[in-house]
Design a protein around this ligand. Structure first.
Ligand SMILES: Cc1cc2nc3c(=O)[nH]c(=O)nc-3n(C[C@H](O)[C@H](O)[C@H](O)COP(=O)(O)O)c2cc1C
Length: 236
């Protein structure tokens, strides 16, 4: 096949870079802020196109997107969430269970659009370029699609909340997903009244953002922490 002409690896303009970083830094997980306003089909399509342009191992594109708008289907999913949520609460130490229960951890019924992003691990046959020794790469590829969608949604002024408090089989049953397909992400999507300035779990004292410099090591797991300009920039 003939090679297409290369595009320039140009640096984005200052405004373009600022817009990209704004999407990254102001993206939030949204749960309690959804408005009932419908999401236009063209807008939803732009998010799905962004997701579909994610990288994937061996160009496998293992994802499918189940768009849920039907109230009865949402209720089935919400029932699956409630069952798992009750189980999850009991797994935390007793002194954290009250805080856990006070958190709103989903917007399934509030968000006008729910989206289940799935991974078909057999989409490209049993041997996939790049997945031979690390079989989980197809799942990671699907997560790349989710992140693309999440950032595109931020740029479009939409909120997205990821709900993972499900027994996978209960979620499969609620949506008729075959056993061979992995439900990777369940997303609540819609217009929102606003975005929190930082993670809600941080604001509520559940967990703080870790110091980036402590997560970086040079030339191996036991290598030194960065110093000099890199360290100063990471600490800034
Ligand atoms: C894989 C994944 C699963 C998540 N599952 C849930 C969830 O079930 N309920 C919830 O409230 N938030 C969930 N979140 C959102 C995280 O709590 C949130 O991303 C984190 O607290 C940081 O906040 P931010 O996304 O607003 O920056 C999930 C996020 C990811 C990436």
């Amino acid at each position: 096949m003939e090679e297409a002409e290369m595009l320039p690896a140009d640096r984005f303009s200052d405004a373009e870079r600022a817009a990209l970083y704004r999407a990254i830094f102001t993206r939030r997980d949204t749960r309690g802020e959804f408005l009932p306003d419908p999401v236009a089909d063209e807008l939803l399509a732009r998010l799905l196109v962004a997701a579909h342009h994610a990288p994937s191992v061996g160009f496998m594109q293992p994802w499918s997107f189940l768009v849920v708008r039907d109230a009865a289907v949402k209720r089935r999913v919400h029932d699956a969430f409630r069952a798992a949520d009750a189980e999850a609460a009991l797994m935390f130490p007793e002194d954290r269970q009250g805080l856990y229960r006070s958190l709103k951890l989903q917007g399934i019924l509030d968000a006008p659009v729910n989206l289940c992003v799935t991974c078909d691990r057999d989409r490209a046959g049993p041997v996939v370029l790049g997945r031979t020794h690390m079989p989980e790469m197809d799942l990671y590829s699907t997560v790349c699609a989710v992140q693309n969608l999440w950032l595109a949604a931020r740029a479009e002024g939409l909120g997205v909340g990821w709900v993972s408090i499900f027994r996978p089989d209960a979620l499969r049953a609620a949506l008729g997903i075959p056993e061979t397909i992995v439900p990777v992400a369940y997303l609540c999507i819609g217009h929102v009244s606003g975005l929190r300035p930082g993670p809600e779990l941080e604001a509520k004292g559940w967990r703080q953002r870790l110091k980036l410099a402590e997560l970086v090591r040079l030339d191996g797991w036991d290598g030194p922490a960065p110093d000099g300009d890199l360290r100063a920039a990471l600490d800034a």
